[in-house]
Design a protein around this ligand. Structure first.
Ligand code: HEC
Length: 230
């Protein structure tokens, strides 16, 4: 069979269809720096819509609000946190009783605590973001009843936000604050005791100031801060 130009276009199209979406998007991210191929064009390709493959550069400049960005970031981090707690820690520690989750997990050969997993992710993200021109945000896990005093709120916005999410279940807290001359959009989301192991570990920890957490209680909050123009 002779190869016609149509065939080679089709083969390339098949490659896109076969590639997992993540590979596709990372390939395109690289492409986007070099060319004006837009993300919407690639989504169109991955959905099998040929002929719509040429987009404009403008869609890469499309903006989302800081609130939408914070909400999306929180959704991802909270989902990962819930999955780690329920499918790893709660299952292996509480149900199967095959391993413990402890602060000194390397020495103990145990699982890292959910809060440590969260902090490791946060620290790595911050480090990687330093090298990225357009990406700037920070996030922390805090509480009005912290086991570790370093996780207590430090600014008025953090304190007000943690109080608000504890008293208004299901609602988030949004505000702006100026710190060191920089204005920030600051969002606070409830951190809830989603698994029995959250509550039991906190209630019996020697450093906890609160010993009566119940399943489903707000135990603290995630603070996301994004710099904005004043
Ligand atoms: C096996 C014990 C353990 C489990 C399970 C656990 N935590 Fe913690 N949690 C801790 C310890 C210890 C810290 C302090 C970690 C540090 O040094 O920052 C902490 C930190 C926190 C903090 C930050 C404020 C503070 O207390 O220092 C929040 C909020 C929190 N945990 C909520 C939860 C929730 C919600 C879950 C379940 C999804 C959970 N924890 C599961 C032990 C545990």
């Amino acid at each position: 069979m002779t190869m016609t130009p149509i065939c080679s276009v089709f083969n390339e199209y098949l490659h896109y269809l076969k590639a997992p979406l993540t590979t596709l998007i990372s390939e395109v991210n690289i492409d986007m720096k070099k060319t004006t191929l837009s993300l919407s064009a690639v989504v169109a390709v991955s959905l099998g819509i040929t002929g719509a493959a040429i987009g404009s550069a403008s869609s890469t400049d499309a903006t989302v609000s800081v609130k939408a960005m914070a909400d999306a970031l929180h959704l991802v981090m909270d989902s990962d946190r819930t999955v780690y707690t329920k499918k790893i820690v709660n299952r292996l520690v509480k149900k199967e009783k095959v391993i413990k989750a402890t602060e000194h997990f390397e020495d103990d050969k145990s699982l890292a605590l959910p809060a440590q997993m969260f902090r490791f992710g946060s620290e790595l993200a911050m480090k990687r973001a330093e090298k990225m021109e357009d990406v700037d945000f920070s996030y922390t896990l805090q509480s009005l009843w912290p086991i570790n005093r370093q996780n207590a709120p430090k600014t008025k916005a953090e304190r007000d936000g943690l109080k608000f999410v504890a008293e208004n279940k299901g609602k988030n807290y949004y505000t702006t604050e100026t710190l060191g001359g920089q204005k920030y959009f600051t969002a606070v989301y409830a951190d809830t005791g989603v698994a029995p192991v959250c509550v039991s570990c906190h209630n019996k920890h020697p450093d906890t100031p609160k010993k009566d957490f119940k399943l489903g209680d707000v135990m603290g909050g995630v603070v996301i801060r994004i710099p904005i123009e004043s």
